[in-house]
Design a protein around this ligand. Structure first.
Ligand code: BEZ
Length: 257
């Protein structure tokens, strides 16, 4: 289950500064191959941009996300689509879907077993999961740099690992335990560009708070500035930052009972 802070997002800032998250999600849409008439659930839909792209195929799309801010923005942007505000690790939808799609969301559900159980329960037999999220080693440089900032300040008490970044074998085994047949799974290095001198600071403000959820605003400001400095020599060049994203992409089919 997510903690209270991780459910609240600055949805408008997310859309404006982290648009690449949805942009990259378009790759996994090619694995989903939505068809007209299908029922598709976007699991961890955020502000709904990819749900809207899926709907263009003629599929009936519903989105679910734990963040009330994200869901409110999704409903405002796409009033014709159906959106639910719920915790994906603890939810049973009324409908069953032909496919579940998920982009950049499953790594937030640290109870991965519960998330996969919900996905399995949401699908008809023969239904498919097409998902992409953070894989083993994702943003490892940032994790290590912020950890080092806290260690030097004697503040490792503030540290939390809020993300689930599995290896291919680990995640495939989890899916198999829940009745899926894994058709494809791959770990993808995806160096991700953050524009401008403030790119790393903006990224840390958007995502890095989750590593230090109990910190005061003034503490985060100092720790993030020091962390960005620590990363600068290897990750900043020609006016942009390059972050070591790694994505796990899977396509799996729920076995008929
Ligand atoms: C994301 O949700 O896109 C994300 C979260 C943690 C690390 C990297 C990316």
């Amino acid at each position: 289950m997510a903690n209270e802070q991780s459910t609240h997002w600055a949805a408008e800032t997310y859309d404006r500064t982290m648009g690449f998250v949805s942009k990259y999600g378009e790759d996994v849409l090619e694995w989903l191959k939505p068809q007209a008439g299908e029922r598709i659930l976007d699991f961890g839909c955020g502000t709904g941009d990819l749900a809207a792209v899926i709907a263009e195929s003629g599929a009936a799309v519903a989105g679910v996300d734990i963040s009330p801010e994200m869901i409110e923005r999704a409903r405002n942007k796409y009033p014709r689509l159906e959106f639910h505000c719920a915790d994906g690790t603890n939810w049973l939808p009324d409908d069953r879907y032909d496919a579940v799609f998920s982009n950049a969301a499953l790594h937030w559900m640290t109870d991965a077993e519960a998330a996969v159980r919900t996905i399995a329960d949401s699908l008809v037999p023969g239904g498919r999961l097409a998902a992409e999220f953070g894989g083993a080693g994702n943003v490892q440089s940032v994790i290590e740099a912020l950890w080092e900032t806290l260690r030097r300040r004697g503040r490792l008490d503030a540290w939390v690992m809020p993300w689930y970044f599995p290896r291919v074998g680990e995640y495939a085994a989890l899916l198999e335990r829940h009745g899926f047949e894994v058709r494809f799974a791959m770990l993808i290095d995806r160096p991700t560009r953050l524009d401008g001198a403030d790119g790393m600071k903006n990224w840390l403000e958007m995502f890095g708070w989750a590593l230090v959820p109990g910190a005061k605003e003034t503490e985060k400001e100092e720790w993030f500035a020091e962390t960005a400095e620590r990363l600068r020599s290897k990750h900043y060049e020609n006016g942009h930052w390059l972050l070591d994203y790694r994505r796990l992409r899977v396509l799996a089919v729920k076995r008929a009972e």
